[in-house]
Design a protein around this ligand. Sequence first.
Ligand SMILES: NC(=O)c1ccc[n+]([C@@H]2O[C@H](COP(=O)([O-])OP(=O)(O)OC[C@H]3O[C@@H](n4cnc5c(N)ncnc54)[C@H](OP(=O)(O)O)[C@@H]3O)[C@@H](O)[C@H]2O)c1
Length: 319
Amino acid sequence: MISTKSPPFQRIYIAGHRGMVGAALCRALRGKADVITATRSELDLTDRQSVDRFFASEKPDAVIFAAAKVGGIVANNTYPVQFLAENATMAINAVSSAYEHSVKRFLFLGSTCIYPRDCPQPMREESLLTGPLEQTNEAYAIAKIAGLKLCQYYRRQYGVEYTSAMPTNLYGPGDNYHPENSHVLPALIRRFHEAMVEGAASVTIWGTGTPRREFLHVDDLAEGLVHLLGLTGLPDWLNIGTGKDLPILELARAIADVVGFKGEIHTDPTRPDGTPVKCTDVSRIHETGWHHQIELTDGLRQTYQCFLEEVGRGELRLV
Ligand SMILES: NC(=O)c1ccc[n+]([C@@H]2O[C@H](COP(=O)([O-])OP(=O)(O)OC[C@H]3O[C@@H](n4cnc5c(N)ncnc54)[C@H](OP(=O)(O)O)[C@@H]3O)[C@@H](O)[C@H]2O)c1
């Protein structure tokens, strides 16, 4: 039973506030609560003693956990030990220390990679642990499943409101534009921008352009997470997305349009396509009263503007 009668949270710790999601959460909470943050050099979340000291001194009453070691396919595949160990350790430290320091509400962030590789589409929350995971990011997904399950077990065993949200692909200010490590949407923004600047006649995108993907603006995600923080009686985990997907070629055309690239767009079918469709079922989060607000074309325009500003300030993120 979902209820909007939640305890008022005065002090909210945003873990990972310098990341794309954490920064959007800080923007969304500005003026609404005391936001507590700590940089990685101030608080390494893999160090349990530091985490305990932080919770004891800062006394947050709610936590949104947007810290993670993240990376592209190559990094995930090459360093599975670090992706599993660091992410699982951070999650276990934060959730258990939060409980021991009387934190009332914990919102853990996962990702839709927790669902099986061949999961029926759109992906429903019930699909968790019903089949093998995608091999390339299995270590990361297992760490995320551990965090989600730990919240579920604390809730079951101790009755605390510790729950999780599973965002779809995100985009927006502060995204990563690394030439190899970035996700498809920021990678395309960068490619089309560079092609436009260089006056290139065409851009070739990998694969057939037919795989369908879903994208949520990070400010919509942040509003959704703040909304969830105000509710009790939620399911143990909820998808958060738009529930709308589009072919990668259509995304490329939309980005070319926003960037002002007038050349041709070619596909390269010799390159791998990946899963044909990936989209979340968002009926459960819609039942709580949240719906995304930023449609893709508007979101792309705003994100490209931010990209230009980040380039102008020399602050484009390349990790
Ligand atoms: N981006 C997406 O498309 C997407 C989609 C679905 C789900 N998510 C989930 O959303 C969450 C946040 O993602 P994001 O894109 O915002 O990632 P991000 O930009 O890489 O931010 C991650 C943050 O975690 C911090 N961090 C990493 N290791 C730490 C440690 N040992 N101690 C303290 N802080 C540490 C980083 O600190 P530094 O700044 O010091 O490195 C960074 O601020 C992740 O759980 C991710 O799985 C993201």
